[in-house]
Design a protein around this ligand. Structure first.
Ligand SMILES: CC(C)(COP(=O)(O)OP(=O)(O)OC[C@H]1O[C@@H](n2cnc3c(N)ncnc32)[C@H](O)[C@@H]1OP(=O)(O)O)[C@@H](O)C(=O)NCCC(=O)NCCS
Length: 277
């Protein structure tokens, strides 16, 4: 079904952050105003408004990274407007936009989303899951200082694509804590989310160093914590389970129009989030 003619296509600007946030809040998601601002300023967020200047009822974001990859996320439709093809139409705009930039569209899909994306040609890559837990209030401690250039370089190496702007944005946010490993070969970032502290990305040389970094990050935060971990990391999963974390939901990495991303990189242990990869 084509989207209703009563709807107006828009590209979101900075003034639209509160309305975007209202949509992600209504879906119970963890993104903050800072996240919406980042999608709007660094990528392109396609939206649909009810009438010429009515409320925002649907969104989808395209966020290009260096190296020919473009992230698609924030596919949200107000509950009253679902099942009319709005998400499909906005997804198509994201895909077309990324293709004009020469970027392969990539996303992390929930099982329901996966079915919709398979229909439009996305292919499955690796499996991951969101883990959720609660940690006790930490001893008061000074936030560690992490060298942004080192973090950006390690992240680019682990992801195979540059997204320095994303790391720089996370690092300058109030409430962010970042840790570099002693040998400066890995790092982890914990940032504030709407519903929980989000841990990730976490880049390390091997799984045991990843676990040390995770423990350092958890020692610096309190309350509810989310982290998105590729299923490949069995030791990390086992540790999370024994620490009382639960597997909240599954995702699958998907890509369109290039070789599917079959396996997570050897150094990427926790993603920045399904909305960023
Ligand atoms: C999922 C969602 C975006 C679908 O929006 P929509 O405008 O109703 O979807 P469309 O009508 O374009 O899509 C056609 C079908 O594919 C499904 N679909 C499309 N995109 C989807 C997606 N990203 N995730 C799950 N299902 C999706 C829809 O449920 C719809 O099913 P239907 O046959 O029962 O109508 C909407 O229900 C929503 O905002 N849900 C909460 C947020 C969410 O889960 N976003 C997706 C994260 S991957």
């Amino acid at each position: 079904m084509a989207p209703s003619e009563a709807l107006t296509s828009v590209i979101l600007g900075p003034a639209d952050v509160p309305e975007g946030l209202a949509l992600s809040d209504a879906a119970g998601w963890n993104q903050t105003a800072d996240d919406w601002r980042l999608f709007i300023t660094q990528g392109r967020v396609f939206g649909l408004r009810d009438g010429d200047a009515g409320p925002l009822v649907a969104t989808a974001a395209a966020l290009p990274y260096e190296g020919g990859i473009g992230w698609v996320s924030m596919v949200l439709v107000n509950a009253a407007w679902r099942h009319q093809g709005l998400a499909t139409a906005l997804m198509a705009r994201c895909v077309a936009h990324l293709r004009t930039l020469g970027a392969t569209p990539v996303l992390d899909a929930t099982p329901a989303g996966q079915q919709a994306y398979l229909r439009i040609g996305f292919e499955d890559g690796f499996a991951l899951a969101r883990w959720e837990g609660t940690v006790a209030a930490p001893e008061a401690s000074a936030a560690p200082a992490a060298d942004a250039a080192v973090v950006q370089a390690l992240d680019a190496q682990a992801n195979g694509c540059g997204r320095g702007f994303l790391l720089a944005d996370f690092l300058q946010r109030a409430g962010t804590r970042a840790h570099l490993s002693p040998a400066r070969t890995g790092f982890v970032i914990a940032r504030e989310g709407r519903r929980a502290t989000q841990i990730g990305p976490l880049v390390a040389e091997d799984e045991s160093s990843a676990l040390s970094l995770l423990q350092a990050a958890l020692a610096g935060v309190s309350g509810r914590v989310f982290l998105d971990v590729p299923d490949r990391w069995a030791a990390l999963r086992a540790w999370l389970e024994q620490a009382g974390f639960t597997r909240q939901r599954a995702f699958v990495r998907m890509s369109l129009g290039a070789a599917p991303i079959a396996s997570v990189n050897d150094r990427l242990f926790v993603l920045a989030g399904p909305e960023f990869g």
